[in-house]
Design a protein around this ligand. Structure first.
Ligand SMILES: C[S@@+](CC[C@H](N)C(=O)[O-])C[C@H]1O[C@@H](n2cnc3c(N)ncnc32)[C@H](O)[C@@H]1O
Length: 214
């Protein structure tokens, strides 16, 4: 099953299935971006809008995109039901292909649990640089590659059948190299564990990058 189809299938239960990675990611995102203020955020791979609702509280304008129709449908329904639909524009975009956004529009790009599904990190960072304003920032929180080596893959179960979603291993060095090649400097980095992760490798890698001035 393609990554897009898998996520559309998963979308119906993504928010309610037990998922420590999803929950820890929500915690880290609120911890790092809460209390800050942005004019315009571009969220790539927004999924069901788990973080989109929060992002509308820290930005004047949010554009949230995903390539899964099912995920977008959930996100749009959540925005209507939770009253943040007027502060977000959703779009169907495959971020592995050229992005349909004008240059220099956003002051923050947000990406949570998406890059493991993208083969070419350098392409994403290059598009991010093009779409960000000067000194723009890129926040990403991703499944830690150590977990992938342990065998963790995005997966969900339906009627007793487990579906795994295809993923690529990107080492931490690959993130740095791709980010640096597109003009980013690292401003904050952390590795995070869920409370139930004692004795295990880190579950998430979070990083905040800023475009270097010329
Ligand atoms: C694990 S979910 C994370 C969703 C959300 N960011 C969150 O933290 O809950 C990964 C999301 O990335 C999306 N995705 C994966 N590859 C993509 C691509 N090439 N273009 C756009 N979205 C993509 C999937 O459809 C899915 O919604």
């Amino acid at each position: 099953m393609s990554i897009k189809d898998a996520y559309t299938r998963w979308s119906e239960t993504y928010d309610v299935d037990p998922n420590r990675t999803r929950d820890l990611d929500a915690e880290v995102t609120r911890e790092w971006l809460g209390g800050r203020r942005f004019r315009s955020i571009l969220e790539i791979g927004c999924g069901t809008g788990k973080n989109t609702a929060f992002l509308t509280t820290v930005a004047d304008r949010v554009t949230a995109v995903d390539f899964s129709p099912g995920m977008l449908q959930q996100a749009e329904a959540k925005a209507e039901a939770s009253g943040f639909a007027d502060r977000v524009e959703f779009g169907a975009v495959d971020v592995a292909k050229p992005w349909p956004f004008a240059a220099a529009q956003y002051d923050l790009l947000v990406c949570n649990l998406v890059l493991e599904h993208i083969a070419d990190l350098r392409f994403v960072f290059a598009e991010a640089t093009r779409c960000l304003l000067p000194r723009g920032e890129f926040f990403a929180c991703e499944l830690h590659p150590f977990r992938q080596y342990e065998g963790t893959v995005a997966n969900f179960s339906r009627n007793g059948e487990t579906t795994t979603v295809a993923a690529f291993v990107h080492h931490l060095s690959a993130f740095w190299q791709a980010a640096a090649a597109s003009g980013f400097a690292l401003t904050r980095f952390d590795e995070r564990w869920h409370g139930d992760d004692a004795g295990r490798p880190p579950r998430l890698a979070a990083f905040l990058l800023r475009l270097r001035s010329e």
